[in-house]
Design a protein around this ligand. Structure first.
Ligand code: FNR
Length: 358
């Protein structure tokens, strides 16, 4: 199986999965996070700042287009559309895994387009956790990246017929990457989440930014299962921690270790973004939902959607009386359903979240 056809499969299957999930039955994880309504706490919209700090840089909005693709003609076109949307809306953007480029430089243009279309933007390169520091530096250089994502995707690899079967070198290699590279390193999952224990482990390796990328959105267990002959490995479909569960689980460890949490996985609306920020994320990433809009309605529709999201994030912060992203962490939120159950089992008291403003 070539890189190119695998990357095309991922885009096709992720878009199909997203369209199915629009009519999905189960409550989505973010629906287990509700703001307590205080009727007279609102502020003025002009007093609200959407600015947020990630890795020593100020982003004008706490939203980014998360890692997806590159490596084939079709996915190069997807990257071009995503890069134009990032440029026109001012959001940060991450590349998909650059392994294809590191193995075959003839596909460089399918990634370079992220920088070519968006010369002034915040661009993040993306590699796997086995990539050497020298290779990682080449990935950063190709897109003149402002930061580097390292994805940890053991479940995807296990279900992938051609995937890795040895994850034992990841921690040591991540420590080497942090030590060697001169851009901030962000470690991210790909939709199965990062626990408090992993946040602590990563902090011990020198990592200062973690994108929890929990379950509830794009599901790579199902995508890779669909690519298996016989589709015989579907039992991992519900594996992992949801994005809100990761944020609640990891909050204390992140604070204690000085780790910035980013949130992605299953973000569908501006309200989900504000929920993620209220649970302590500094910024919130979206992949599947934005890809689906780009692929079905085109780049102008994606730009219009992101512009609307930015307006509505400000409006939600206005009604919550949160004039900064950090102030959202003092709002009162009700954690219900499966999320409350996860809190209970992990020894976290959801009542603390319901009375944070007192
Ligand atoms: C991804 N994702 C991903 N992540 C990564 O670190 N490197 C990658 O190459 C890819 N590739 C990829 C392809 C496609 C088509 C999608 C939709 C996603 C995972 C992505 O960054 C994110 O972690 C998950 O998709 C969860 O977020 P959403 O999709 O639920 O918003």
């Amino acid at each position: 199986m070539s890189y190119a056809s695998r990357k095309d499969d991922h885009v096709r299957l992720a878009v199909a999965q997203h369209r199915e999930s629009i009519t999905g039955q189960r409550p989505a994880p973010f629906d287990h996070v509700a703001f307590v309504h205080h009727a007279m706490r609102g502020t003025a919209d002009h007093a609200v700042s959407l600015a947020t700090e990630v890795g020593g840089t100020t982003w004008s909005v706490p939203l980014y287009i998360n890692a997806m693709t590159g490596g084939s003609a079709r996915t190069g076109a997807v990257n071009q559309g995503l890069a134009i949307a990032a440029r026109e809306t001012g959001v940060a953007i991450a590349s998909g895994s650059m392994s294809a480029y590191l193995a075959d430089s003839s596909v460089a243009a399918t990634y370079r387009v992220l920088r070519a279309e968006n010369p002034e933007g915040y661009v993040i390169a993306n590699i796997n956790a086995n990539t050497t520091p020298e290779m990682a530096a080449r990935a950063v250089e190709l897109v003149r990246a402002d930061a580097l994502q390292v994805h940890v995707n053991a479940i995807q690899e296990i279900v992938m017929p051609e995937g890795d079967r040895d994850f034992s070198a990841w921690p040591g290699n991540i420590a080497r990457l942090v030590e060697t590279l001169d851009v901030p390193v962000i470690v991210k999952e790909v939709g199965f989440g990062i626990s408090a224990d992993t946040v602590t482990q990563l902090a011990g390796l020198g990592v200062r930014i973690v994108d929890v990328s929990g379950n509830g959105g794009t599901n790579f267990a199902l995508i890779e299962n669909a690519r298996r002959p016989g589709a015989d490995f579907g039992q991992l479909a519900d594996w992992g921690l949801s994005t809100p569960a990761c944020l609640v689980d990891g909050a204390e460890a992140a604070l204690a270790q000085g780790v910035t949490l980013l949130a992605s996985g299953g973000v569908r609306t501006p309200l989900d973004v504000v929920r993620g920020l209220a649970l302590g994320a500094r910024a919130v990433g979206v992949s599947g939902h934005f890809l689906s809009i780009l692929e079905t309605a085109g780049v102008d529709a994606l730009i219009a959607t992101i512009d609307t999201w930015i307006i509505q994030i400000r409006q939600l912060m206005t009604l919550l009386g949160a004039e900064t992203v950090r102030a959202l962490a003092d709002t009162d939120v009700l954690l219900t359903g499966e999320l409350a159950e996860t809190c209970r089992l992990r020894g976290i008291d959801p009542a603390i979240y319901a009375r944070r403003s007192r």
